[in-house]
Write a protein that binds this ligand. Structure first.
Ligand SMILES: Cc1ncc(COP(=O)(O)O)c(C=O)c1O
Length: 402
């Protein structure tokens, strides 16, 4: 057999999906699984967007411009202006989800061997995109004991070498739910300027900022027009993960010209997805407010419930819809697998119930970190979250008394 590329063989496997075969087997046996492992919201998509699909009357489903439809980019530009951010439609490039915005940004900014600094724990796919580009990830560690605050600026500066090209942040953060304050963003701005780096800011959870906290988009940082690339997406905002629409936003025209070469090679972003996205941006403020309130009540509910389970600890996340949870087990991955293969909460549903969680070790680049942590996505309704908490509490009790 011909050999695969070393790059492909070295790609990390997704910590979120790697337990999927065990979940499929349990589901095949009729077990009800509460999926807290993946950021797939159960929230309905805005009716207006669904209606737009029903109204499609095209006779040919053609390619669209490589940069994305102008009307969609204009809609996104209006969206940013509602946040006080001025972005010209020309500064927006539409991609297949935030995922391809990340991939094309990595490919456009980093050469093999270049270094990118990422706070850990981090969205695990950053490691895969870095691997695809041949880039080397250097991490600064944030810790559950400190509420996953962004490590001090000195920690970032210590990691900078002549090979460093970029810093990547996710704000609000997946997987920690952490939020960077405007002061922290200013400190990052100073480092980026001092060392002439790219600042990649993944803001796909921008809507989900809680407790009245001030939010500072990287696009609002002064003097960084050539440095900042914002990654954005409609997936979580409008519960439209399946339409695959995201974008990269940068005021750096030369960089956009490079990004466009990747975009032209893949011809165009999804046609139908763009139509749906365009119909989601305006006139959905009430929808967004409802979704926001729902997530706050889920967050409060799950965090309180988790901290009530003996030996379990989690912080109150300031944003997004995830939280990292410390469990009273040595090896959270083993526990997560056992929940799917061995444990069944019986007596309520005929086939039994269990939970699926994401082991947190895969969100850290540093070996050994996060071994007793999991990430929970509070993307289920409160009734299911309540059941999931009961099931988790029983699972922990049984696992520890084996
Ligand atoms: C932090 C972060 N960035 C980007 C993405 C990519 O999302 P999509 O490709 O659906 O836009 C996700 C998805 O979970 C995410 O959590």
């Amino acid at each position: 057999m011909p050999t695969f590329s070393e790059r492909g063989a070295g790609m990390p496997s997704s910590p979120i999906r790697k337990l999927a075969p065990f979940a499929a087997a349990a589901e095949g046996e009729g077990v009800k699984i509460y999926h807290l492992n993946i950021g797939q919201p159960d929230i309905p998509t805005p009716e207006k967007a669904i209606e737009a699909i029903r109204r499609i009357s095209r006779t040919t489903l053609e390619y669209s411009p490589s940069q994305g439809f102008l009307s969609l980019r204009q809609a996104f530009s209006r969206y940013y202006s509602r946040y006080g951010i001025t972005v010209d439609p020309e500064e927006i490039i539409v991609t297949s989800g935030g995922s391809f915005a990340l991939l094309f940004t990595f490919m456009s900014c980093l050469d093999p061997g270049d270094e990118i600094i990422i706070p850990e724990p981090s969205y695990a796919n950053y490691f895969s995109f870095a691997k695809s580009a041949g880039a080397v990830v250097r991490t600064v560690t944030s810790r559950i004991e400190d509420g996953f605050a962004l490590p001090p600026v000195e920690e970032f500066e210590k990691m900078i070498t002549p090979k460093t090209k970029a810093i990547l942040i996710c704000n609000p953060n997946n997987p920690t739910g952490g939020l960077y304050s405007p002061e922290e963003m200013q400190r990052l701005r100073e480092i980026v300027l001092r060392h002439d780096l790219f600042l990649l800011s993944d803001e796909v959870y921008r809507e989900f900022v809680y407790d009245g906290a001030a939010y500072c988009s990287a696009l609002s940082l002064e003097g960084l027009d050539d440095n900042v690339i914002v990654i954005d997406s409609v997936s979580k905002r409008y519960s439209e993960c399946g339409i695959r629409i995201g974008m990269m936003v940068t005021r750096n025209a030369a960089l956009r010209a490079v990004m466009m070469k990747f975009c032209q090679a893949r011809l165009s972003p999804p046609l139908l997805g763009q139509i749906v996205a365009e119909n989601s941006v305006d006139g959905t403020e009430d929808y967004q407010k409802k979704v926001y309130d729902e997530y706050i009540s889920r967050r409060d509910f799950i965090v309180k419930g988790l901290n009530r389970i003996p030996g379990v600890f989690t912080n109150l996340p300031g944003g997004a819809f995830y939280t990292i949870v410390r469990l009273p087990v040595e090896d959270a991955e083993d526990f997560c697998r056992w929940c799917l293969t061995d444990f069944r909460y019986t007596g309520v549903l005929p086939g039994g119930e269990t939970v699926m969680l994401a082991p947190a070790a895969g969100f850290y680049a540093t070996p050994g970190l996060g071994r007793n942590e999991v990430r929970i996505a509070y993307v289920l309704n409160k009734e299911d979250l309540g059941r999931a908490l009961d099931v988790l509490a029983r699972a922990l009790e049984e696992y520890r008394s084996r």
